[in-house]
Every structure is written in C-alpha cells, then in structure tokens.
Write a protein that binds this ligand. Structure first.
Ligand code: GRF
Length: 219
C-alpha cells in the first residue's frame, strides 16, 4: 500500500514528532514524513528529524511582518510536498484563517487537556489549580477557533495530590505519544472522514471522541 505523506510542524522538543517517527519505523504507521518545519532554529525536534533523515526547514516567524505572510511562507513550503495530513506537534503559533481553510480537514493538532476544558496555554497548572481529579490530552482537527476543532481521541490520567506540573506533563506526554500516531493512522487509513463539518469514524458520525483507556481504544 502507498505510504501517506505527512508534514509535521514543530516549535520545540518534538517528542510527539519522535513518537510518529517511531510508529513509522516499527511499521504501525504506513506513512512518510516529507518534511519537518520549525519556526524556531533551536527546536530540539529538528535534531530528531535530522537523526531520522527527514528534511527540515526553519521558517522563523520573526522574519515576517505579519501572520499572513508567515503562513503564506509555510504554505509555499508545504504545498509542493502534497501531504495528506499536516500535523501540528507542539507548534506554538496561531494559524491564520487562510492557512486553516487551505488545509481544512487535513490539519490535526494535539493539545494537553481534555478539551473543551483548558484551551490555550498552561493547561497542567489550570488542572492543578482547579483540583481536577482527571486531566488528559486530546487530538483534534483544526478549525477557525483555537483548540476547538472536531475531537478525535482523548486519553485521561488521574491527578493525585502529589502531582505538580512536571509530573503531570510527563504522564500526559506518555499518553500523547500513544494517541497521536494512532489518530494519524486512522486518518491516513481513511477511518476518519468528514460529512460537511461532522467528523465521521468508519462512516458513522463521531459524536463523542474515542477514548484511549488501559492502552487500548474504546468508543
Ligand atoms: C505537547 O504537550 C502537546 O500537547 C502540545 O505541545 C507539547 C509538545 O510537546 N501541543 P513535544 O514538542 O511534542 O515534546
């Protein structure tokens, strides 16, 4: 079967990128990362990409006068690669409406909270401040509102009284590394599709996100 093409956008550590690289290497994900693009030249994820012989591009947002021109430069780099899916993996820039429209329904993100709870930054601190018992991560398609697109999979973790931002972030990242490659696999294998704005899973409307529990998927 033909490998699906991906382009991955990062800004930092790239541990989710690594999870995707590993899933490809161990043949759980039949895909090829055509390029990794970072808006920061010091992103550690660039080293991960180099080690995996993946082409990298640094497009520094600070070199552009506005969001629109930065996003156009991204599009100019991404489009010739004809990816089936554009994967945001810790990409810390808000994308313009034009960019989102350009890749609508083939633009996916992972967010460290159980959306719709805690959109934006500092999600772990917010969960601790609110004494949440359950916290987690969500994979979602990207739409025009920040962290509000169609939810694909969520993974939960129990928050204990001993937790701090570091322990919580580490535990949730471990979950992210499982659910992100899985969601990408479901997209490239055609299990996820859209009927207008309704996300479909195996041709049925996905009314609640899939759940990753005890290391397996449940609906
Ligand atoms: C993850 O927590 C992800 O949910 C968020 O940014 C972080 C990226 O981590 N969007 P990494 O760069 O993949 O290690």
């Amino acid at each position: 079967m033909k490998k699906a093409s991906l382009v991955v956008l990062i800004s930092g550590s790239g541990s989710n990128l690594q999870a995707i690289i590993d899933a490809i290497k161990n043949h759980t994900l039949n895909a090829e990362i055509k390029a990794v693009i970072s808006n920061r030249s010091d992103a550690y994820g660039l080293k991960r990409a180099n080690s995996a012989n993946i082409k990298t591009h640094v497009i520094d947002h600070k070199q552009f006068s506005d969001r629109e021109s930065f996003d156009q430069a991204l599009i100019k780099t991404i489009d010739p690669l004809q990816p089936e899916l554009v994967v945001l993996a810790g990409f810390m820039r808000i994308l313009s409406d034009n960019f989102i429209d350009h890749y609508l329904h083939r633009l996916i993100n992972i967010h460290p909270s159980l959306l719709p709870k805690y959109k934006g930054l500092n999600t772990h601190q917010l969960a601790l401040d609110n004494q949440d018992k359950i916290h987690g991560a969500s994979v979602h398609y990207v739409n025009h509102e920040l962290d509000s697109g169609q939810l694909v999979i969520q993974a939960e973790t129990t928050v204990s009284s001993n937790d701090n931002v570091t322990t919580l972030a580490a535990r949730i990242l471990e979950q992210e590394h499982k659910i992100y490659p899985l969601a990408i696999k479901m997209h490239v294998e055609g299990q996820l599709s859209f009927d207008k704005e309704q996300l479909m899973f195996n041709n049925e409307p996905l009314l609640e996100p899939l759940q990753w529990k005890k290391n397996k998927l449940s609906t």
